[in-house]
Design a protein around this ligand. Structure first.
Ligand SMILES: CSCCC(=O)/C(O)=C/O
Ligand code: FE2
Ligand code: NI
Length: 194
């Protein structure tokens, strides 16, 4: 289930507000300039589906959003359990570690979750807003927003990413270790107290 947990930036243990109500989450995020919408994710995702198949399944909404937002490129970011791949745990750890580092982008971060879930932590207006995005969620975070992303210790998600340049994903890492101070995705899932 999609959710939001709001913390004060300088008080990681103290929860200011939390919700699992999609409209309420969207309203909280709208107040800080973040777009959050429920889109239809009808494609029956399987780990063997190729990126081309996933992009083809969502061709219409992708084209509409690319036209509206002027995005020249999209890609598919994904990770799912791979029991037959002995290196999958190490790959998951490395992928998780990269996105757990606080960073910004020079463009809006626009992501449409078509499978699974992951948590964006947005550092905005003196707060950290932890937004759990689930299948069907579209999120658009303004350019320059400090943030990190936690796919959890058992990553299982697939998101279509929209980019403002053909170069694709470019992150500017801040070097701030703030993510270490906040409850991670697994901890949020287990629920308070943390
Ligand atoms: C959920 S898409 C993969 C993560 C990503 O692209 C990003 O920039 C996280 O902050
Ligand atoms: Fe990012
Ligand atoms: Ni899955």
């Amino acid at each position: 289930m999609s959710s939001i947990h709001v913390f004060r930036e300088n008080a990681p243990g103290a929860l200011v507000r939390a919700s699992q109500d999609h409209a309420e989450i969207a309203a909280i995020l709208r107040d800080v300039g973040v777009r959050f919408e429920a889109w239809e994710a009808s494609f029956s995702f399987t780990p063997s589906a190729t990126a081309e198949e996933i992009l083809a399944a969502y061709r219409e909404p992708i084209e509409t959003l690319c036209r509206e937002g002027g995005y020249p490129s999209v890609d598919v970011a994904r990770l799912s359990p791979a029991p037959n791949d002995p290196s999958s745990a190490e790959k998951a750890r490395a992928a998780r570690g990269k996105f757990l580092e606080e960073h910004t982008h020079d463009e809006d971060e626009v992501r449409f979750f078509v499978h699974g879930a992951g948590v964006f932590y947005l550092r905005l207006a003196g707060q950290v807003l932890a937004v759990r995005c689930e299948r069907g969620d579209l999120i658009s975070v303004p350019a320059g927003t400090r943030h990190w992303f936690d796919m959890g210790t058992q990553p299982d998600f697939c998101a279509i990413r929209f980019f403002g340049t053909p170069a694709g994903w470019i992150g500017n890492f801040t070097g701030d270790e703030i993510a270490r101070r906040f409850p991670d995705a697994d901890t949020l899932e287990r629920g308070a107290p943390w």
